[in-house]
Design a protein around this ligand. Structure first.
Ligand SMILES: Cc1cc2nc3c(=O)[nH]c(=O)nc-3n(C[C@H](O)[C@H](O)[C@H](O)COP(=O)(O)OP(=O)(O)OC[C@H]3O[C@@H](n4cnc5c(N)ncnc54)[C@H](O)[C@@H]3O)c2cc1C
Ligand SMILES: NC(=O)C1=CN([C@@H]2O[C@H](COP(=O)(O)OP(=O)(O)OC[C@H]3O[C@@H](n4cnc5c(N)ncnc54)[C@H](OP(=O)(O)O)[C@@H]3O)[C@@H](O)[C@H]2O)C=CC1
Length: 497
């Protein structure tokens, strides 16, 4: 068995792993007396790797970039001090500082960064009618199954479910959510109420929409068929743009039915429904005798038929090869716990992106969410930490990890979330909310704690993100300005200039 040695090994060809690799490569190049520059190995289990292009800092914390998928060897061209192993890590011997791969090779490392991402956490594993969405392959399967479907059940109330429900056309959609209101992961009840009518509206034509500042995702369709052993890297922003997300009912433009406060109790076959005399609920206009390949019994007592179920119910970090062979501390959500220098509890092993869970003292304006931007920021910071530890130097935490900032799009609206946008971690007595809502146009929410802004939700073209971001970061006392803060007649940017 080969036993090559590298100073730095990074596992994972997603945005966290690739950013970590590129940053390390750059940092080593910048050190004129570094004796062994050719000492970075990227182990990429997927056929394609992700890279960030056209990166722009929109404001102090909001970023704008595009994502491209490339062949792993591309990185050796742009970063000549990097070697790439296109294989999957199956085991780690932390005592020997060695990883073992599926092609019977092993590699020794001095510092290792695990950036293996996460996989969909499905409501039912191994059920062919239940699909998850993560990578290009899973999207292809979903598209082809949807093309023959009359009705799909979408389960989950976060990012993927919200995007899918808005995108699916020519197919009935039943959206089963655990909560009172839609998109609970990102929006509170008032913001969800603002969005609700737009769930049922016809999707805006992407071509006619205002050009958006948000980051975009470029999918090389010619490479979609690439075969991978491990699941590929997670899709990213605008993954659905340009993709056909249409079912088999041309007569239906949009038909979304929401079932709230429920979970899936049981998945049933037509035979199961018949033999147990289960009463099947019908949607308006549905023929009494309609037969479905699957039936879903919900905890609210209702039972609906559908052609397929999309389980958009969150992710589980990909830690299996490591936790089975090393004494890793793992968080409740399954992520590898990392300290403020992105170190796991195992000597010489770091983690970044979706695979890790931060174990930091609370940061006033920041919280972890498994997002593209945080995967990039953590990959970048992990590289700096690995090198700083190697050189026994101190390092400051990245500014980007001090203030949460997310720019996305839901139900046709630009959505900007900054700081503790939903007062996360604050007791009900501890904060005050200011709201300005113009139905169909904009929704502005400010979270104040002790007179200072600690978070904001901005929906629509509000143009307030930069000003509010500054007010959050600068921790300005706004007690005397509260009345004017959301007054549409006050030019707030000018006010605080
Ligand atoms: C459908 C969808 C839409 C999304 N939309 C958005 C959005 O709009 N905005 C946003 O901010 N975020 C979005 N996200 C989340 C975002 O894509 C992820 O948070 C981010 O991509 C995580 O990056 P990562 O590098 O940590 O993990 P991943 O992208 O999952 O990459 C992990 C890599 O590790 C490899 N790997 C795994 N195990 C091994 C192994 N044993 N050996 C070798 N390699 C291995 C995998 O093949 C993969 O290439 C979306 C996610 C999905 C699924
Ligand atoms: N525009 C964006 O920013 C997007 C971001 N993403 C990211 O991609 C990742 C995957 O997305 P997604 O799968 O939507 O994950 P999310 O974490 O966004 O949402 C998962 C949702 O499923 C719910 N849920 C969990 N288990 C069950 C269950 N057994 N039955 C019913 N509901 C359940 C969760 O509720 P609870 O929270 O109560 O557990 C939550 O509402 C996330 O990290 C997400 O942030 C994805 C798409 C778009």
């Amino acid at each position: 068995m080969d036993n090559q040695q590298f100073k730095f090994v990074i596992i994972g060809g997603g945005i966290a792993g690739v950013t970590c690799t590129e940053t390390l490569s750059q940092l080593l190049n910048d050190i004129s007396d570094f004796e062994d520059r050719e000492s970075i190995l990227l182990v990429a289990g997927s056929a394609l790797v992700k890279t960030v292009t056209n990166f722009k800092q929109v404001s102090r914390t909001l970023e704008d970039f595009q994502i491209e998928e490339k062949q792993p060897d591309w990185i050796t061209q742009t970063c000549p001090n990097v070697k790439v192993a296109r294989t999957e890590v199956v085991c780690l011997d932390s005592a020997k500082h060695t990883i073992y791969t599926s092609d019977d090779k092993c590699y020794r490392y001095e510092r290792l960064c695990i950036a293996t991402g996460a996989s969909p956490k499905l409501i039912a594993e191994k059920c062919p009618l239940v699909l998850g969405i993560r990578d290009t392959e899973s999207v292809s399967v979903f598209q082809s199954r949807l093309s023959g479907a009359r009705r799909v059940m979408v389960v989950g109330n976060g990012g993927i479910a919200s995007e899918l429900v808005y995108e699916i056309e020519h197919c009935g959609v039943i959206w089963a959510i655990k909560d009172d209101s839609i998109n609970h992961v990102f929006l509170d009840e008032s913001a969800a109420a603002f969005m609700l009518t737009h769930v049922h509206e016809r999707k805006q034509n992407a071509d006619s929409a205002t050009p958006s500042k948000r980051r975009t995702y470029t999918l090389d369709k010619a490479r979609q068929a690439a075969v991978t052993r491990t699941s590929g890297s997670a899709l990213g922003p605008d993954w659905h743009s340009g993709l056909e997300v249409t079912g088999a009912e041309p007569a239906i433009s949009r038909n979304v039915h929401i079932e709230s406060n429920c979970e899936v109790q049981e998945l049933l076959t037509p035979e199961g429904v018949g033999s147990r005399n289960i009463v099947v609920d019908r949607l308006q206009g549905e023929e009494p005798q309609t037969q479905w390949p699957a039936y879903v019994k919900l905890t609210n007592g209702k039972c609906f038929g559908c052609d397929l179920v999309v389980s958009a119910t969150g992710v589980t970090p990909n830690t299996a090869p490591f936790v089975k062979s090393g004494p890793f501390k793992v968080a409740e959500d399954g992520g590898l716990l990392v300290d403020e220098r992105m170190r796991t509890n195992v000597v010489g092993v770091y983690a970044a992106g979706d695979v890790c869970t931060v174990n930091w003292p609370p940061v006033k304006h920041w919280l972890q969410m498994r997002l593209w931007s945080q995967a990039r920021q953590m990959g970048h910071y992990a590289a700096k930490c690995m090198l700083a530890d190697y050189q026994e130097e101190a390092i400051e935490k990245d500014f980007s990890l001090e203030t949460f900032a997310h720019m996305t799009n839901f139900f046709g609206f630009k959505v900007v979330l900054i700081g503790r946008f939903n007062a996360q971690g604050l007791g009900v007595e501890e904060y005050e909310l200011l709201l300005r809502i113009t139905p169909g146009k904009e929704y502005v929410k400010v979270v104040l704690q002790d007179g200072k802004m600690v978070g904001t939700v901005l929906i629509g073209e509000t143009d307030l993100e930069e000003t509010f971001e500054n007010l959050i970061i600068n921790e300005m006392d706004l007690t005397d300005y509260k009345e004017d803060l959301l007054d549409a007649n006050v030019d707030i940017a000018d006010y605080f200039d």
